[in-house]
Design a binder for this molecule. Structure first.
Ligand code: GLN
Length: 539
């Protein structure tokens, strides 16, 4: 199933694809999703979250588009390296083959060599699934997405009508002055798609008002899409309503009929539970998110969603208050007054770092529940170390010459270690990113252990710096609990403050594994602690 977008970007193609994936999965089909990004970067790993939103990390350690996060939140299939590729990656593969002589002297061209490589990558990623949904990034009409569109046109032909399906997502704008929904941009966008040889089978029309029947007829007439396959996708207050909305529109039935798939009816009970929990909150809390990209919430997409999931699982309305950490660099951080919990997310770069340390300090001193993720754990450690007398404690990422490098590259703090072999093993990794899912051992008797309810957990990483074990003894004596260690016991993964009712920092990113149906123990625990604080402790 190929999904393209028309008229404007940001229509929610990723959410629509993921939601359709969820309904098909509810019909007991094995679904996978693949995102093709037309930009030249090899992957979004180096792209600014300002421009591109968060970098999502898969279990197998790929840095991917944030749409893969939506996919994993909606379907049970685990995404990996193969589920996201860019123009840059395709060209890299082709150029490598050309250098190797694989093309036997042929002139290497966009058609067939680039399009063949795109098709190969799609089929490889689709392998093993009943239905593969292939989402093409960008909007029809963009120059850069043309090779992708040509490749899916070819693949559609090769697979034939029973095995390939084209869905086009468009916008039906509402003109308030005339009180009308307008279909013209959709007509043009489908015309554009047909001019490159793709006839959509299904149109998903995003609109703020329900589509009147007459308008569906008109769209169907102009685009040669069956009337029944002109689907309306209304704006919703939560993305988790979209699976049931699309199901009510009969989208899964249309897809299964076209593919002649005989499946049970969709069992959406898991999703209905999510919706009913969302509609029945019993309390509300304010969570301060102290970060850098405050004006652009896509930069923290998975954390925002994980907080919403925690709200679902604790029946709590979670209001996220974005605070620019630079605003906290003054001695009296007044903006932290009316909040019930503080979250410091991951991050890179020095800007606002002292403000993040202040946020950890404020939480520590005022018994405010604190969740520090990755950099958020590192700043909590820095604050703790400063408090117990290591006044100049810092991370070497920000202060390379600090006399107390409590956070540093592994290669910087293992040089005195007696175990040479281990040192070499880590020295290599020290300069690169620790990426992807890894096991972590939790200590019995810690808060984190109680939350997860098990000893071995598996969480995803994306960072270079680590807690410096040379400070372990000193900080432990002062009350820092090392609640989680890497599988080999050498790296600190979770810290807790034993003098505080709920203060946890984790080196991994729990937000990447939180889903609306299952939630996540750390986030649910955090929101329960925020509720308790709001009720019993808040001044
Ligand atoms: N910049 C820190 C590091 O590389 C933290 C990274 C993160 O928060 N994802 O270790």
């Amino acid at each position: 199933m190929f999904i393209t977008g028309g008229v404007v970007s940001s229509l929610g193609k990723g959410i629509a694809s993921a939601s359709l994936g969820a309904i098909l999965e509810a019909r007991q089909l094995k679904v996978t999703l693949i995102k093709l990004d037309p930009y030249i970067n090899l992957d979004p790993g180096t792209m600014s979250p300002f421009q591109h939103g968060e970098v999502f990390v898969t279990d197998d350690g790929a840095e991917t588009d944030l749409d893969l996060g939506h996919y994993e939140r909606f379907v049970r299939t685990t995404m990996g390296q193969a589920n996201n590729f860019t123009t840059g990656r395709i060209y890299e593969n082709v150029i490598r083959k050309e250098r190797r002589g694989d093309y036997l002297g042929a002139t290497v061209q966009v058609i067939p060599h680039i399009t063949d490589e795109i098709k190969r990558c799609i089929l490889e990623a689709a392998d093993g699934a009943d239905v593969a949904m292939v989402e093409i990034g960008g909007t029809v009409g963009d120059i850069e997405s043309l090779p992708f569109l040509e490749a899916i046109r070819q693949l559609g032909g090769e697979l034939g009508h029973e095995r390939a399906l084209f869905i086009h997502l468009t916008l039906i704008p509402y003109i308030p002055t005339s009180g009308e929904l307008k279909s013209k941009p959709t007509q043009h966008s489908v015309k554009e798609l047909r001019s490159i040889g793709i006839q959509p089978d299904i149109l998903i029309c995003r609109s703020s008002q329900p589509l009147p029947l007459g308008l569906r007829d008109k769209i169907s007439l102009f685009t040669s899409v069956d009337k029944a396959a002109v689907i309306s996708m209304l704006d919703a207050d939560s993305i988790y309503r979209i699976p049931s909305l699309l199901h009510q529109e009969g989208l899964d039935k249309i897809v299964c009929d076209k593919f002649q798939l005989n499946t049970p009816l969709a069992d959406l009970s898991g999703w209905e539970k999510v919706l009913s929990a969302m509609d029945n909150h019993t309390a509300s809390v304010n969570v301060a998110m102290v970060g850098k990209y405050t004006e652009l919430t896509d930069a923290y997409k998975s954390i925002n969603e994980a907080l919403i999931h925690a709200g679902i699982h604790t029946r709590t309305q979670v209001n996220i208050i974005y605070i620019d950490s630079e605003d906290l660099e003054t001695p009296e951080p007044g903006c932290l007054k009316n909040i019930d919990a503080i979250l410091v997310p991951g991050g890179f770069g020095e800007r606002g770092i002292e403000g993040k340390i202040c946020a950890a300090q404020f939480a520590r001193e005022n018994n405010v529940p604190y969740l520090g993720i990755c950099l958020g754990m590192q700043v909590a450690v820095i604050d703790f170390a400063r408090e117990i007398g290591l006044e100049k404690a810092h991370s070497t990422e920000f202060e390379p010459n600090t006399p107390a490098p409590v956070i540093a590259l592994i290669s910087e703090w293992t040089t005195d270690s007696g175990d040479l072999e281990q040192r070499d093993e880590y020295a290599d990794k020290g300069g690169t990113m620790r990426l992807g899912g890894q096991n972590c051992h939790l200590m019995r008797g810690t808060k984190t252990y109680d939350l997860y309810g098990k000893e071995i957990i598996h969480e995803r990483h994306r960072h270079r710096y680590e807690f410096n074990n040379n400070y372990m003894g000193m900080l432990r004596q002062a009350g820092l609990v090392f609640a989680g260690l890497s599988a080999d016991g050498n790296l600190v993964e979770v810290v807790e403050n034993s003098h505080h009712p709920w203060f946890i920092g984790c080196q991994f990113h729990p937000e990447f594994t939180s889903t609306p149906r299952d939630g996540h123990p750390l986030f649910s625990g955090f929101i329960r602690a925020a509720r308790a604080y709001a009720k019993e402790m808040k001044p």
